[in-house]
Design a protein around this ligand. Structure first.
Ligand code: SF4
Ligand code: FES
Length: 795
């Protein structure tokens, strides 16, 4: 229904506005500036700073524009003597206690208080009393405080409760004694916590990693894209002398609104680290030697040619740009090499023919908040895709029912109506139970292995309830997350999830995990499809087959085997045993020097132009903000020159744009949410092994090589020391107690870890934490394990 429009006058200018809108919103829509501190368009109205006072005809006193609804025929004056008098009085009161430390304040030059004081303040204060001083708080590694500067606008407090879903900051005391803090001093734990830096209108909350690093007017602002998840949040990188000093949100209402997750805000720290690769390196007879680009590329070409095409495996990181991924597959396919893949954290590939053109949300990011029910399967949405979790939080606030099938209670920071915690080996039967609830169900669309499982299921009350919620909701979505992707029976889970979605009228959202997972599928960085999704008649091997099969040479693109793959030990072993390994990488690690033969330094996302396709199929291109260090170069250029060394034609691109034009010509700017998976006939539904299963997830700040090097993110409470958790009953059966050490044996490899009890974990599984810093010596995230009791003190 169209909103009722009314007419009013601001500064004698006729304007039209929706009935019920606040004066300040209407003034903003018409570029009429009203000063403000506590008002923020994304937060509730507090009306506590009184800076937005305006004169309203027939009102006895000035009124706050942020809390005054418009009315028909209203006449408002924002700069009349009465309005200015009220605004200047408020300014004078605010400055009584605010320190005069603009020259040493990080906010200086971009401070709402400083700017407003220039317009509404006096140059000499009438107050000679002492200013109040407030002790700073330690809010953790990301946000620094100078609480004496706080003007008590409560934007940061409202951000916590209304946007982040966790009220970590609050006000204590009254009047002059009011203080903003965390009550008990502790680090902020929200994954969106850095946004309080932007909402704070003064310099009370600043970015700790960039504290005192640069003045705002010294930095150049470059538009960029965050490559760490499937949202593709829009960012600005602020650059001083070829160094990214900080990152802030670039407003995009359809993607990240005015916010960004901490991962996107602080990952830039990983750009400027000592282990950046700055020159081509080749393995000499006794040591690593610096090489030139022509010599190193010539060597790569010569070496790769010594292997038969089926002996070469090419693996790429899905946070690389579309142009890089496209040229990579084009180059190696040009040599007849078909073993090309980006699905490095996946364990089950049997349904790859039935995957959609690219994994997608089944809807736009903006419309996620319109869901009436959401079913998260194997998905820690808050840590995987923080901005999607924010959309679901908004949906939840307006009544959306959230259901989760995982192995432990995950703290989403929004209410989940049903959390069904099942050991990972029981997820298949749990979904079968829900499907069994569908009345008059025709199972013939399901692969026959799954029909049998569904027919044998007897629905629990959880299953019945989940079915009722999904089938009765107006708009609903079944989301398949990263833990499902890592599951050994992922194909069967995907098929059941798709079937459930189809028969309850829900959307199916297969969450693409990295910034260009969708792009990697689209441009043919998979063994069974070419660019544009055409079937590859000569399909190559998937990642697991490459690592365990006939490959003698590997091309690693933007990847680190010890962290990026489903199984670190298996991948490292394959690299060490390979006859030749060439690594395109922005970083050189000690481990890499152990297995690689040629190391080619490439630019990161901030140092190259590149395109990313996000979870809703949106293509976005960003230019570089800085130059890569030393001799590192944008990888699309390196691949282009390498192709010449191989004597391949069709690589004469003069610019990144020409590569993009070629991709578009091959693929079209493919968007849309086709659901090819619905007809999946190939699944892996083997009976799971008896006994205990390990379940774990990639930590939020370990998803890619840049984030892993962001020092401040690694100090947050999200990065735990690896440990093992199980429920008390399971521990009792094993004869162990909280804090005992136990030996976890997985696939013949063992590790001793400290046990913590978690009442939310079901029987039959243990949570073994992965880490951003420590190599997971055990292997796959979801796999059978044995838990062995050690000889203990209490024996
Ligand atoms: S810290 Fe900043 S955002 Fe929070 S109340 Fe104080 S001035 Fe407002
Ligand atoms: S902005 Fe209106 S009272 Fe603060």
């Amino acid at each position: 229904m169209p909103e009722e429009q009314i007419q009013l006058f601001i500064n004698d200018r006729e304007v039209h506005a929706s009935k019920g809108a606040m004066l300040i919103e209407v003034a903003d829509q018409h570029d009429i500036r009203i000063p403000r501190f506590c008002y923020h368009k994304k937060l509730s109205v507090a009306a506590n700073c009184r800076m937005c006072m305006v004169e309203v005809e027939k009102a006895p006193k000035a009124l706050p524009a942020c809390a005054t609804p418009v009315a028909e025929g209203m006449r408002v004056y924002t700069h009349s003597p009465a309005a200015l008098d009220a605004q200047k009085s408020t300014m004078e009161f605010l400055l009584i206690n605010h320190p005069l430390d603009c020259p040493v304040c990080d906010q200086g030059g971009e401070c709402e208080l400083q700017d407003t004081a220039m317009g509404y303040g006096e140059d000499v204060s009438r107050y000679t009393e002492r200013k109040r001083v407030v002790a700073d708080k330690d809010l953790g590694p990301l946000v620094s405080t100078d609480m004496t500067r706080c003007i008590h606008c409560t934007r940061c407090v409202r951000f916590g409760s209304e946007v982040a879903g966790i009220r970590e900051l609050g006000a204590t005391g009254r009047g002059e004694f009011m203080e903003i803090g965390t009550y008990v001093e502790r680090a902020l734990t929200s994954e969106l916590s850095g946004n309080v830096i932007d909402v704070c209108p003064v310099g009370a909350l600043n970015a700790k990693p960039s504290r005192m690093r640069a003045r705002s007017w010294e930095m150049l602002q470059h538009a960029g894209l965050a490559p760490h998840d499937g949202v593709g949040s829009n960012i600005y990188m602020h650059v001083l002398r070829n160094t990214v000093v900080r990152v802030v949100p670039r407003e995009n209402e359809e993607l990240n609104e005015t916010w960004i997750p901490d991962r996107d805000r602080f990952s830039y720290e990983g750009l400027h680290v000592p282990d950046r690769a700055t020159e081509p390196l080749v393995r000499g007879a006794h040591k690593w030697e610096a090489s030139s680009w022509p010599a190193s590329l010539k060597q790569v070409a010569q070496k790769i040619r010594q292997f038969r095409p089926e002996e070469v495996g090419v693996m790429a990181a899905p946070h690389s740009t579309l142009e890089e991924l496209y040229l990579l597959q084009k180059l190696f396919r040009g040599l007849g090499i078909q073993n090309i893949d980006h699905r490095v954290r996946q364990a089950d590939f049997v349904d790859q023919e039935y995957m959609p053109l690219f994994p997608n949300l089944g809807q736009s990011i903006e419309s996620v908040e319109q869901n009436d029910a959401v079913f998260l399967i194997g998905c820690d949405i808050r840590l995987e895709q923080p901005m999607l979790a924010h959309r679901i939080r908004k949906a939840s606030a307006r009544g959306c029912q959230v259901i989760a099938l995982n192995s432990r209670d995950l703290d989403f920071l929004f209410a989940a109506q049903v959390t069904w915690n099942q050991a990972p080996q029981a997820w298949l039967s749990a979904l079968a139970e829900i499907i069994k609830c569908i009345p008059n169900n025709d199972l013939k669309d399901l692969p026959h292995e799954l029909i049998e499982i569904v027919e044998q299921a007897s629905p629990s009350r959880y299953a019945q309830h989940i079915f009722e919620v999904l089938s009765q909701a107006g708009t609903s979505t079944v989301f398949l997350g990263a833990m499902l992707e890592a599951h050994p029976l992922a194909s069967a889970l995907r098929a059941l999830g798709a079937f459930l979605a189809r028969h309850t009228g829900a959307n199916l959202g297969i969450l693409p995990q990295a910034g260009n997972t969708a792009g990697a599928w689209l441009c043919g960085t998979v063994p069974h499809r070419l660019a544009g999704g055409a079937p590859n008649p000569d399909a190559g091997l998937n990642v697991t087959e490459m690592l365990t099969g006939p490959c003698k040479a590997f091309v690693l693109f933007n990847l680190e085997p010890e962290f990026d793959f489903a199984s670190a030990p298996d991948t490292l072993k394959a690299m060490q045993e390979a006859e030749f390994v060439v690594v395109f990488t922005p970083y050189v690690s000690e481990s890499m020097r152990g297995y690689a033969d040629v190391i080619l330094p490439i630019a990161t996302f901030a140092e190259t132009r590149g395109t990313y396709v996000n979870a809703e199929g949106r293509w976005q291109t960003a230019d570089p903000a800085i130059n890569p260090p030393g001799q590192a170069r944008p990888a699309w250029r390196i691949l282009r020159v390498l192709a010449e060394h191989f004597g391949l034609e069709g690589f004469a691109h003069g610019s990144c744009q020409q590569v993009l034009d070629e991709i578009k010509a091959r693929t079209g700017e493919a968007t849309g949410f086709e659901g090819r998976l619905h007809e999946s006939k190939a699944v892996n539904a083997q009976a799971t092994a008896d006994g205990m299963y390990r379940v774990s997830a990639t930590p939020m700040y370990a998803v890619d090589n840049v984030v892993r090097r962001a020092g401040s993110l690694q100090q947050t409470p999200f990065e735990h020391t690896p440990g093992v958790a199980m429920c008390e009953r399971q521990a009792r059966e094993l004869g162990v107690q909280d804090e005992d050490e136990v030996r976890i044996v997985q696939d013949g490899r063992a590790k001793v870890l400290r046990l913590e009890l978690d009442p939310d974990l079901p029987m039959g599984c243990v949570w073994v934490q992965k880490s951003a810093r420590h190599v997971d010596v055990l292997g796959d995230a979801i796999a059978p394990v044995e838990v062995q009791r050690l000889r203990l003190d209490h024996d």
